[in-house]
Design a protein around this ligand. Structure first.
Ligand code: ADP
Ligand code: AMP
Length: 240
């Protein structure tokens, strides 16, 4: 199953995607991480990514879609992935649908969209306190998900850092971009009937619990659908 995690910046998409990926044994594909790797390159593409990311803007669709499609073409993605932060625009969602629909695409129509809802106030506070491990990428919050030793990762002991796009005016810009470009994409998934809203303002464990329940419900619905189709086929064969 492909699990698509959407929501405002700072809603907890990365935190939850990493937890659910560990529990379900699926690869965690984070658009922001893939683009940060491009951004770090001393190439024209790296320069382009840097310009947009440092301004709190979305990286252009053509570049972002190409990077994600390359990742989804890797063998480990063939049984499904957890997509974190992609799509963020309607064009990206359409490109993803097309990519999943290809004969060797990573989906058999069994995706679910999880919309982590949290208010502007909550996500700005979360971004402000976000610290990330330099080495393993684990995400902390200075108050809500604090490391045992200040400034040091619990998992690998490496130092923690704050992202360069975490300045208050850039955070505010990223929220505006979410409202303008990403909310229409959320509606696109809602209309397709694959979107489940999750209250992202709860604590980390309760959000994970609701996400796992939504995934189980979707799997049960897909199995029920498959059984109905099989029963219909058997009935048609018996009638002939
Ligand atoms: P996103 O990937 O959506 O931008 P993150 O997963 O990086 O969000 O989370 C943003 C910040 O909020 C991080 O500091 C993280 O530790 C913290 N955080 C994530 N989920 C919760 C939660 N349910 N309650 C409190 N803080 C959270
Ligand atoms: P994130 O790590 O998800 O907070 O993303 C960090 C930054 O990467 C964003 O502010 C954008 O500049 C860029 N980015 C991440 N995902 C996308 C996407 N799907 N489309 C375009 N830009 C993206």
């Amino acid at each position: 199953m492909n699990i698509i995690v959407v929501g405002p910046p700072g809603a907890g998409k990365g935190t939850q995607s990493a937890r659910v990926a560990r529990i379900l044994g699926l690869p965690h594909v984070a658009a922001g991480d893939l683009l940060r790797a491009v951004r770090a390159q001393d190439t024209p593409l790296g320069y382009t990514a840097r310009q947009y990311m440092d301004a709190g803007q979305l990286v252009p669709d053509d570049l972002t879609i190409r990077i994600i499609e390359q990742r989804l073409a890797q063998p480990d993605a063939k049984d499904g992935v957890i997509l974190d932060g992609f799509p963020r625009t309607v064009s990206q969602a359409r490109a993803l649908d097309a990519s999943f629909a290809r004969p060797n695409g990573a989906s058999k129509g069994d995706e679910i969209g999880l919309y982590l809802k949290a208010s502007r106030e909550v996500v700005l506070e979360r971004m402000k306190g976000r610290w990330i491990c330099q080495q393993c990428g684990r995400v902390y919050h200075i108050l809500h998900v604090a490391p045992t030793e200040a400034g040091q990762c619990d998992v690998c002991g490496a130092p923690l850092f704050q992202r360069s796009d975490e300045a208050p005016e850039i955070q505010a810009r990223r929220y505006e971009v979410y409202e303008q470009d990403t909310l229409p994409m959320v509606d696109y998934y809602r209309q397709r009937g694959i979107l489940v809203e999750i209250n992202g303002e709860q604590d980390v464990e309760n959000v994970t619990r609701d996400i796992l329940a939504a995934i189980d419900a979707r799997k049960a619905a897909l199995i029920a659908l498959e059984l109905r189709v099989m029963a219909k086929r058997l009935q048609t064969a018996a009638d002939q």
